[in-house]
Ligand binder design. Sequence first.
Ligand code: HEC
Ligand code: HEC
Length: 377
Amino acid sequence: MKKKIILFVIVVFSLAFANQDQLMFSDWLREVYSTKSSKEWPRARLHNMVNDLTFEDIGLLPKVIYPKDNPYSEIKVELGKKLFFDPRLSSSGKISCATCHDPKLGWTDGIAKSIGHEGRIAHRNSMPIINAVYSTSLFWDGRATTLEHQARFPVEDTLEMNEKVEFAVERIAAISEYKNMFAKSFSNKKVNSENLFKAIATFERTIVSKPSKFDRFISGESNLFTDEEVQGLHLFRTKAGCINCHNSALFSDNKFHNDGLAFFGMEGEDLGKYKHTGKPEDAGLFRTPSLREVAKTGPWMHNGIFEDLTDLVEYYNDGNPNFIKRSLTDHSRDHLIPEKTLMLRPLGLTKNEVKSLVAFLGTLSSDFETELEVKLP
Ligand code: HEC
Ligand code: HEC
């Protein structure tokens, strides 16, 4: 009996101290992460496939840079905004860019795969246009190089706006208010496709996150993060390995990886970057998406397969099981079987650690504008 009591006391004490340790550790983490520069943070645990020299830690977003051949002007932003919300760019006259990129839904559409022309289902999950200015390539597979280049695709896509660009331009050119705005926005005064996409791109460049809880915390507001959030931040950069790909101020390395979701040989197969490069080594690669505002942009992944961030983090925790189905008889496509990246392996996170990571992801949201005033001509 006595022995049992002693054992009980020891257990209670060690639990209390373990908890105390954990709390002191959180205080220490709060101190380093909020008051020191990222160079003095605990070392990020990087996989040896990540280049130490080019690695950029997470941090504050830099100022937006406008390209020389499409500089900022207020009137151009106003024009681009109207065009972005104008369904007259689509053949049905019913679908605008904002149909699938709604500011109230984190600049996406809140469904797994977008619905476009005459109810057709797009191939992939809509991406937020907020912070897209910071990406070095666009789309899940990187097939567009700039925002100007990108805007042509949805107009022409038969599943999305299903319109010939020249017809859309003709319709816009026939509206005098638009004509005036183009004349004021561009030195050549023309209403043509080049200027139309330039205006939309300029508007998109103004859509960026405001300082998030994370930004304010690392800028010195030490008490802003709960124990759970600061532990989540630390796990993100260490044990959970998220930092290997979700790095830099954008929380994306702007690179392509296979995280096991290509569904080779199965319903919903999507070979990602291979679809536009045709290179077998690109099969199953997708661009690392930014995690800024991520709590608002669900469902997640290129196919919108996760509706819950906890399930998504648990998938990483399981080491991203690679969903593929090989044919036993037909080997003609075997060279396209995607290999999951070696960077992803089971993480051994406890339930609480998963919770902390999800809490941390929640700190990346900001109060960006969702009620935009748009008056169509
Ligand atoms: C029917 C829904 C739909 C419409 C309409 C639509 N989009 Fe998209 N948008 C998507 C989907 C889906 C993706 C991802 C497609 C992919 O990766 O293959 C996407 C991706 C993008 C991206 C890439 C973001 C990134 O981070 O790479 C931008 C920018 C964008 N759209 C802007 C626009 C503009 C501008 C218009 C109007 C001219 C528009 N979209 C119209 C559904 C739509
Ligand atoms: C090897 C690189 C890599 C690592 C490591 C990684 N990710 Fe990702 N992440 C990606 C890629 C690539 C995608 C897009 C995959 C897709 O759509 O199939 C993605 C998608 C996501 C998304 C969905 C975003 C959206 O807009 O749909 C979330 C959330 C996410 N990752 C969180 C995490 C967390 C949390 C960790 C750490 C546990 C992590 N990632 C580790 C590369 C990585």
